[in-house]
Design a binder for this molecule. Structure first.
Ligand SMILES: [Zn+2]
Length: 359
């Protein structure tokens, strides 16, 4: 081939090759993350749907809602259709103890601040024994990223709970909570709208954390139908966030979505589902509980996890008797999905979940 022909061939090939190369590089270039937490949402409802005994109890399920609950939310996919669609799309939904899966928190408290700290820092801190508004001494992966080249100023959080500014230490970390409405306590609906507005308008954002809390609120009130309705609404919201990300060239193909919870709830029959916390937590503050359980709310350490995106490798059908996965592995998973070195963040953090291993 003479030089002219060669040059012509390269010219013709170049445009075709460029996007292919860009795609091949995608896993390490400009990866993005959407993390959503649903406070105090039990694996039981995620996978089994409504508990018949709790639906039959008018004290927990208002008669006006009974039919909806029985007809629409009697299965896990009924309550959370989007989360249950993830495995068929190359994602994962893990934590179904009925099929031998297992995931749990490793902090000894089984309530929110210790849970979010473990989730966001990659390790439990036994010194965190309350939900008090104390500035977190630990560094979350959000804060670490917000100091990294390529991520600085591109990490945002939206949530309804007024302890979050303390947990992510917004003063020190510089990670803004609730964007244009800092310090405000928006309703969940408003939180959802602010997060969606941010996704739509902040083209340079790379990490979006949305913390939803209605599930825990309604559960503590003992309102089972509204607890299920919140889960269903959250699932809709998460599906819409994912749809928006897929419709936006800045996010499509380079975004990993993760969904999880800070803790479970009591698993024993009766009113125990309304509460959560370990025996140690109970002993520290029995006045915080509406029903007595000095032994702790059994099962409220059990959690679940869902994810989809280029960072996720769903390979495992994990062996049934596999070790229980832990909340402390989520921070490293998030960093792995972003193509970041989680050991540089904290070599002592939980290693990435097996769905993210190899990255
Ligand atoms: Zn709670």
């Amino acid at each position: 081939m003479n030089r002219l022909l060669m040059a012509l061939a390269l010219l013709l090939l170049a445009p075709a090759m460029a996007p292919a190369m860009a795609r091949a590089e995608a896993p390490t270039a400009d990866q993005r993350l959407i993390l959503v937490t649903m406070d105090g949402t039990r694996w039981q409802e995620v996978f089994r749907g409504a508990d018949k005994a709790l639906v039959a109890e008018p004290k927990f399920t208002h008669p006006d809602w009974k039919e909806t609950v029985e007809k629409a939310w009697d299965t896990g996919p009924g309550v959370m259709p989007f989360l249950h669609s993830l495995p068929a799309q190359g994602g994962v939904l893990h934590g179904n103890r009925d099929t031998g899966q297992c995931m749990r928190v490793t902090n000894p408290m089984w309530f929110s601040y210790p849970g979010y700290n473990e989730l966001l820092t990659g390790r439990p801190d036994p010194a965190i024994t309350t939900n008090d508004k104390t500035w977190n001494r630990n560094t979350t992966f959000l804060e670490w990223l917000n100091r990294r080249p390529g991520f600085a100023g591109k990490v945002r959080m939206y949530g309804t709970w007024d302890v979050f500014p303390y947990i992510i230490n917004d003063k020190r970390s510089g990670v803004p909570v609730n964007g244009e409405a800092p310090g405000a306590l928006p309703t969940e609906t408003r939180t959802m709208r602010m997060a969606q507005d941010a996704l739509r308008s902040a083209a340079d954002m790379r990490v979006l954390y949305v913390a939803l809390g209605d599930t825990d609120e309604f559960a503590h009130e003992g309102d089972y139908a509204q607890y299920l309705a919140s889960m269903n609404r959250d699932d809709d919201f998460i599906a819409e966030l994912w749809r928006m990300a897929q419709a936006d060239p800045a996010w499509r193909g380079r975004t990993t979505l993760m969904v999880t919870t800070d803790h479970g709830r009591g698993a024993r029959p009766g009113a125990y589902w309304t509460e959560h916390g370990s025996a140690a937590a109970w002993k520290l503050a029995p006045q915080d509980y509406t029903i007595a359980d000095p032994e702790g709310f059994t099962g409220s350490d059990a959690i679940w996890f869902a994810a989809i995106g280029p960072g996720v490798h769903p390979a495992p059908q994990l062996p049934l008797k596999t070790a229980c996965l832990t909340q402390s592995q989520i921070a490293a998973s998030a960093l792995a999905a972003l193509g970041e070195d989680w050991r540089a963040f904290d070599a002592g953090a939980g290693a990435p979940l097996p769905f993210f291993a190899g990255r």
